[in-house]
Design a protein around this ligand. Structure first.
Ligand code: NAG
Ligand code: NAG
Ligand code: NAG
Length: 447
């Protein structure tokens, strides 16, 4: 990809200006994702070889990534989800490989050591601190320039029981902070939202809560993990028809951040339903769980002792399911003009009494203007009991950004639209001149 090489070379000179990659940026419009003028459906697989507990950054293992990208292409997917990356490292090579293959990245901004600690009310409050946010913002810095960064998860299954919904205000505060950080400092809006566990008692309250109240803290999408379709099943037998009804008025994109029940042999019947107009007015696809076979038994490729991988029968069936299922034509019945949800009432299943959120921790305020300064990476010591916690309640709207990024739908890594993105970054005129000059200079050097 020639333009990538040019852009990457220039990136060394004026790093934040240039979007890297050829894939069109995906943005949110109403309750759907769009790549330019085309509705975008997540057709993907969760990708974390080695599992989540001792997580390694799969984008840095270039040899294995090349092998796996060939399989992603063969599966016909357009997205992978990665749960843990090392934000202290450069990801140009791995992200370019994905971009070349037409694949976007859905990325978790948390790692096991840098996350909210849901053990109790006091660990939750303690773990929402500046050291945690520093790591989150460093992850945004490490990936924001890649056009094929699809979205960021502000949390993953933090609420996993009926009795820990008290985590919700902290998750929402992190979502608010990430959105503000991106708007204040990046060239385009990157969708930010939460990936929920499908806890029957409170999942709907979660969806409403993350989309209610002041705009600064409403998430850009809602995703949940759903293992309720166990083949043989159907749109009605799985209960997915009821879920479409439940969320029919929801004003933000919804997609499945994990699916793929293994109770019986997987025929992946849910793929046909998920990308049919039965669902696409509400849902925007999902991510099959997961790529490699780990101890929990969900994978579609077996990793041998020698590191060689063998796709299993599940891989073949998933590939067949994707290949016989096209996206709907047109816009899939999306809704453009929805409004914020009503915040859910406090109840036994929803222990959140108001829309109030914790304020940005005092020491994290400087990150909004100066950046995080340091990327701890996977060797970092962790954040649960570090730094300084939030000291009070935020006033509604306090996370409002001070600027609006201009790069959006339709922005690509091509020279023309990079100039557009650059204009949005308030770059002094002399730099704009330097960029134009070095673009041609760079092009001459490379080709
Ligand atoms: C929630 O309930 C589980 C049992 O289902 C229990 O182990 C856990 O300690 C409870 N958590 C809180 C925060 O009360
Ligand atoms: C769509 O819904 C109808 C009515 O429930 C059902 O008969 C049909 O099989 C569904 N289509 C898919 C692809 O699941
Ligand atoms: C949404 O609202 C805009 C502006 O009011 C309008 O032009 C557009 O047609 C509406 N879209 C839909 C899908 O109703």
């Amino acid at each position: 990809m020639k333009s990538f090489a040019v852009i990457a070379a220039l990136g060394a000179v004026v790093a934040p200006v240039f979007a890297k990659g050829n894939l069109p940026v995906v943005s949110v419009r109403g309750n759907a994702f769009f790549a330019g003028n085309n509705r975008f459906y997540v057709r993907g697989v969760a990708y974390q070889p080695g599992g989540a507990s001792d997580a390694k950054d799969p984008l840095l293992d270039i040899e294995n990534l090349r092998r796996d990208v060939a399989n992603f292409k063969s599966l016909g997917i357009n997205t992978i989800r990665i749960y843990t990356i090392d934000n202290s490292k450069n990801h140009d090579e791995g992200m370019k490989m994905l971009d070349d293959a037409g694949i976007y990245l859905a990325l978790d901004a948390n790692t096991p050591k840098y996350s909210l600690n849901r053990e109790s009310a006091s660990t939750l409050a303690r773990s929402y601190n500046d050291v945690y946010l520093q790591n989150v913002f460093a992850t945004i810095d490490a990936f924001a320039d890649y056009n094929n960064l699809l979205l960021l998860f502000s949390g993953n299954e933090v609420i996993n029981e009926r009795n820990n919904t008290i985590a919700a205000p902290y998750i929402k505060a992190v979502t608010r902070d990430m959105k503000q950080y991106i708007s204040n400092r990046k060239g385009r809006k990157i969708p930010v939202g939460y990936s929920a566990a499908d806890v029957a008692e409170n999942i709907e309250a979660q969806a409403l809560y993350f989309n209610c109240g002041s705009d600064d803290a409403r998430s850009d999408f809602f995703a949940f993990n759903d293992y309720s379709w166990c083949d043989p099943s159907s749109f009605t037998r799985s209960g997915w028809d009821k879920k479409v009804e439940t969320y029919s008025d929801y004003s933000k994109p919804i997609f499945l951040s994990e699916f793929g029940c293994i109770t019986n042999t997987r025929e992946w019947g849910e793929i046909a339903a998920l990308y049919s107009t039965n669902m696409t007015s509400v849902y925007s696809g999902g991510l099959a769980y997961e790529y490699t076979v780990e101890p929990n038994g969900y994978g579609i490729v077996q990793v041998g002792r020698d590191g060689k991988i063998t796709p299993n029968a599940d891989f073949d069936r998933l590939k067949a399911a994707y290949s016989r299922t096209n996206n709907p034509t047109g816009n899939g019945g999306f809704k453009e003009n929805g409004s914020a949800s009503q915040c859910p009432e406090e109840s036994d299943e929803w222990e959140v009494s108001s829309a109030a959120l914790p304020a940005l921790p005092r020491r994290a305020q400087a990150f909004m203007s100066n950046g995080p300064g340091n990327a701890p990476g996977l060797a970092g010591l962790g954040s649960h009991f570090e730094g300084e916690a939030s000291s009070g309640t935020a006033t509604a709207g306090s996370g409002q950004a001070t600027r609006t990024p201009t790069g959006g739908a339709g922005a690509t890594g091509s020279a023309g639209s990079s100039t557009g993105a650059a204009a949005g970054l308030d770059i002094p005129v002399r730099f704009v001149g330097a960029i134009a000059a070095s673009f041609f200079f760079g092009a001459v050097l490379i080709f």
